[in-house]
Ligand binder design. Structure first.
Ligand code: ZN
Length: 482
């Protein structure tokens, strides 16, 4: 395998769309009790719809790992895990190096509002050969603008080999790529200007480094060019694809014969049928809503669901759309046990720093992912980092649910501390923030739930809390506790 050191550098470009950094960050120290007027939920719930599987053959055997850190800085890094340990070491090192490099540039720690977000897309050439395309966004307090960058990696999951472009194409391929991609792009509006065209020629010079970012599909190769590589500062990311058959004379040995087609995805499961816990009449009872963010997680969420079933309680899961794609079965199980599935957006970006199109993508693609998985749309959303402004409220299309009890479980990663922090702050109407991607939080929940019950609390979902306490579903309304 080729050393991962070659991948430390992302292809970086400044993002001039994110002109002036405007962040409204809501930090909650105390519960704000809101007086709410009633309205009906009719029309939101559509039970019994057929839910197609979205876990495609492309993702078979690929897991998603998520690192989230809150408060001190805003970090959300998503990266893949495969069946090959050597490949996983490269991916893990890449992710942790990305985090430590970012932290080194955080000068006002721990009081900065710097942000790092990394996500990835998976492509599949064959059962064994996969490509990952990473996109990274960073902004520091000392920067007026954030930076977008990209990096790709292609692996053979059987042998652990990592493929560089020179392992896929051989011979005079650099001249061919340089000429063909130049001809493909030169007439686009952003390259018509003389200077910009010269920069395009430079960025596409026949050097393997200029073509290092590529992904392989079953029958094509796609080259990715970050926002700064092709010169002009406002040139967006460019993608150029070739059918592999069009590059036949340059293909290296393993890519010369087409791979067998990937297995067809399994038939979609039958529609999910929720069976909520019977809580009886909730009026007059002491209520607490436990909420779990940043999942689903293939192990920890399932352990939590075992606890919820054993204790006969329901909770609310604010899931990440990026992870729903990988763990739809966990989401379906949670929903079928009567738990509420709510949106935590797609990639855990701070929504207040995004362009309108990016913000709407983060919100809407998770609504779609949830609806595809369980057949119903979420009714509430929790913005990542609890950060929102008027634009987020306007685009959410549903209420924003924050929290009144934050045990900082992600920071302590200690079940005793998390248990103590929750039990000492909880009150009637509390919304408790936990993260089911952490085993320690799931262990804490196994003690919190029976102890809250023995103190006379009834555990409810956010929907139950809203309905019992006279809330409504006005889009953009913000709830902290009820
Ligand atoms: Zn979160």
């Amino acid at each position: 395998m080729i050393g991962y050191g070659r991948y430390r550098g992302y292809q970086v470009g400044r993002d001039y769309k994110k002109a002036h950094r405007k962040k409204t960050v809501i930090i909650l120290a105390i519960a704000a009790a809101l007086v709410l007027c009633g309205a009906s939920l009719a029309g939101w719930l559509m039970h019994g719809r057929k839910a197609p599987s979205i876990h495609s053959e492309t993702l078979a055997g690929i897991d998603i790992e998520t690192i989230v850190e809150l408060n001190d800085t805003q970090i959300a890094v998503h990266y893949p895990r495969t069946k090959n340990d050597a490949v996983n070491q490269v991916l893990h090192d890449f992710a942790t190096t990305t985090v430590s490099d970012f932290k080194r540039d955080v000068v006002n720690y721990p009081h900065s509002r710097d942000e790092l977000n990394m996500s990835f897309k998976t492509y599949r050439y064959s059962e064994d050969i996969v490509s990952f395309a990473f996109t990274k966004y960073t902004i520091h307090d000392w920067q007026a603008n954030g930076e977008d960058s990209l990096a790709t990696m292609t692996f053979n999951l059987k042998t652990g080999q990592q493929y560089q472009i020179g392992d896929v194409l051989v011979g005079q391929y650099l001249d061919a790529l340089s000429g063909r991609i130049f001809n493909h792009l030169k007439n686009k509006a952003e390259f018509r200007d003389e200077a910009q065209r010269a920069a395009l020629r430079d960025g596409l010079a026949p050097d393997a480094n200029n073509f290092r970012n590529f992904v392989l599909d079953a029958n094509k190769i796609t080259f990715l060019f970050g926002p700064y590589q092709l010169g002009a500062r406002d040139v967006p990311e460019q993608k150029v694809s070739f059918k592999l058959s069009d590059l036949k004379s340059y293909l290296a040995e393993p890519f010369r014969t087409a791979p067998p087609p990937l297995p067809q995805p399994a038939a979609p499961p039958a529609a999910a049928q929720p069976k909520p816990v019977d809580t009886g009449d909730l009026n007059g009872k002491k209520l607490v809503a436990l909420t779990f963010d940043d999942g689903p997680h293939p192990t920890n969420t399932n352990v939590l669901l075992d606890t919820l079933r054993r204790e006969k309680v329901n909770a609310t899961f604010f899931v990440l759309g990026s992870r729903v794609e990988y763990y739809g079965d966990v989401v379906r199980r949670a929903y079928e046990q009567g738990n509420q599935i709510a949106s935590h957006t797609t990639n855990h970006k701070s929504l207040t720093g995004l362009s309108p199109a990016e913000r709407q993508f983060e919100i809407n693609s998770t609504i779609t992912a949830i609806e595809k998985t369980i057949g119903v749309r979420p009714t509430v959303m929790r913005p990542p980092y609890g950060a929102f402004d008027d634009a987020v409220r306007a685009d959410a299309g549903m209420p924003l649910v924050l929290w009144s009890v934050d045990p900082e479980d992600w920071r302590y990663l200690n079940a005793d501390t998390v248990y103590g922090n929750v039990m000492s702050h909880v009150a009637d109407g509390s919304i408790v923030l936990l993260h089911d991607i952490h085993a320690t939080s799931v262990q804490a929940a196994a003690r919190i739930i029976p102890d809250l019950k023995s103190q006379g609390y009834t555990l409810v979902t956010i929907d139950q809390l809203i309905k019992t306490r006279g809330g409504d579903y006005t889009p953009g309304r913000v709830y902290y506790s009820m």
